[in-house]
Design a binder for this molecule. Structure first.
Ligand SMILES: C[S@@+](CC[C@H](N)C(=O)[O-])C[C@H]1O[C@@H](n2cnc3c(N)ncnc32)[C@H](O)[C@@H]1O
Length: 257
């Protein structure tokens, strides 16, 4: 059973595409002549849908039926049940690829990158991911310390991943930090300035790292966060974040070419 068949039942409710991320994607794609995009690990298709609405033809590859079933249908999106490591697509089936917060879930990301290259030929590859070196500085880990180990062991370092993409594509690669807006609508890092959101089980359930932490640690962390919000301790330490419009939590776009 695919992981997201278990943890993704309500994904579509909390993980909606964010227009700022989607616009950045459009910016990055604009420099190519691509009109056909493959979205790998497309989930519920929130970014595929945005691109389709914008006029792109999208092939959305997603192994979890639970995730595919939550997708909004769109005439310009073709859904495919498949894994990144063995894409059921012919060579040059698309002109560019996006992998949005999915590569860290792949069993063999190097094989997946080779497959993506085969499918897009010399086309652009855009990966949206997290820099694991940033996690220990995020206040959330004070309440849920195991997030550090989970994130550090799950996400690939940005330099390693950039080098891998460069060696597979034989194209230059650049890394673009994405500063998360305070009112992000895709809930993956939604609460950096709105800690109350992490008290909501639906928000936590939309973030796969929470599923990896021991339930007792999660319960204890939620109680401590709740107490610190009530006493004002959280605001004393981190309240300055509430006034910021955006913040570098650690998200990065990596693009080839
Ligand atoms: C965090 S979700 C991201 C979904 C979507 N890209 C988004 O940004 O909303 C990660 C997705 O990767 C999918 N996934 C996991 N392993 C995969 C693999 N080997 N090949 C393709 N997709 C995979 C999961 O089923 C899940 O839907």
């Amino acid at each position: 059973m695919a992981l997201y068949d278990k943890i993704g039942k309500n994904y579509g409710k909390t993980r909606k595409s964010d227009s700022r991320i989607a616009r950045k994607l459009l910016d990055l794609l604009e420099s190519t002549q691509a009109s056909k995009i493959v979205d790998i690990g497309a989930g519920t298709g929130s970014y595929a849908f945005f691109l389709a609405e914008y006029g792109y033809e999208v092939i959305a590859v997603e192994p979890s039926e639970t995730m595919r079933n939550q997708a909004l249908s769109h005439p310009a999106i073709k859904w495919i049940d498949g894994y990144a490591e063995n894409l059921p697509l012919c060579d040059r089936a698309a002109e560019a690829a996006i992998i949005m917060l999915a590569l860290h879930h792949f069993q063999d990301y190097q094989q997946a990158l080779r497959e993506v290259c085969r499918v897009v030929g010399n086309g652009k590859i855009i990966v949206f991911t997290y820099d694991p070196a940033m996690i220990s500085g995020f206040w959330l880990t004070k309440y849920f310390p195991s997030l550090i180990e989970d994130v550090e062991s799950t996400f690939i370092s940005i330099s390693k991943l950039s080098n891998e993409i460069q060696s597979v594509t034989e194209n230059s690669v650049n890394v673009i930090p994405f500063r998360v807006p305070h009112n992000l609508s895709d809930s993956f890092a939604v609460g950096w300035a709105r800690p109350e959101l992490y008290l909501d089980i639906n928000i936590r359930n939309g973030i796969s790292s929470f599923a990896s932490i021991d339930i007792n640690e999660v319960e204890q962390g939620v109680l401590r966060l709740q107490a610190d919000l009530q006493t004002g301790k959280w605001d004393n330490e981190y309240g300055y974040l509430r006034k910021q419009k955006q913040y570098d939590v650690g998200y990065r776009f990596i693009q080839s070419k």
